[in-house]
Design a protein. Structure first.
Length: 187
């Protein structure tokens, strides 16, 4: 599929800007008559966390189906960070730092987080983290969960998050979750 004219120049500017780690406006890609500075296609803030709706989502090298697939996510609920937008496409980053583009219809605003994914190492046993009955280190554990599991986030106060994992409900320190910004309050 070929895109012509102004759209092609804008697409090239957005892709180049995302590869260089700068905003589209700095690359000359933003048209101030259609997209004011600081605004996104969706009107939502960037960066932000989202989650996958489906068990199979292609990660592409660019914002379109004509771009090659570099990875296939196979975990509904997996948290991803949206770092850029172009039309119906979102450039995302996973917990390992891999970036690429996915169609926005495969993403959900439902908040999820990975439990200490940085602790998962192939050469070592998977550590376990206690989910607590309340927002205190001294609260009794209601479950021990493996590092890397997905937690549904129901709220965070900047230090602790109220989560559910399968049938277990409790609290995890916010610093132990990837998918929530440091100090972020989630209601």
């Amino acid at each position: 599929m070929h895109v012509e004219g102004k759209c092609t120049a804008r697409l090239v500017a957005v892709v180049l800007a995302s590869l260089l780690g700068i905003g589209a406006a700095a690359a000359g890609g933003a048209d101030s008559s259609t997209e004011p500075a600081g605004m996104t296609t969706s009107g939502l803030p960037v960066p932000r966390f989202v989650s996958l709706k489906a068990d199979r989502v292609n990660l592409r090298t660019g914002p379109g189906t004509e771009y090659p697939t570099t990875w296939v996510f196979r975990r509904a609920g997996l948290p991803l960070e949206v770092v850029s937008e172009f039309e119906a496409w979102r450039q995302v980053r996973d917990s390992e730092g891999t970036t690429g583009w996915v169609l926005q219809s495969f993403l959900s605003g439902r908040r999820t987080a990975l439990v200490v994914p940085w602790e998962v190492k192939p050469e070592k046993p998977t550590p376990h983290v206690p989910v607590r009955a309340s927002d205190s280190e001294s609260a009794r554990p209601v479950a021990l969960v493996e590092a890397g599991v997905i937690a549904n986030v129901h709220g965070c106060d900047g230090r602790w998050c109220n989560v559910s994992i399968d049938d277990y409900h409790g609290y995890l320190p916010q610093k132990d979750l990837w998918g929530i910004y440091e100090g972020e309050v989630v209601k």
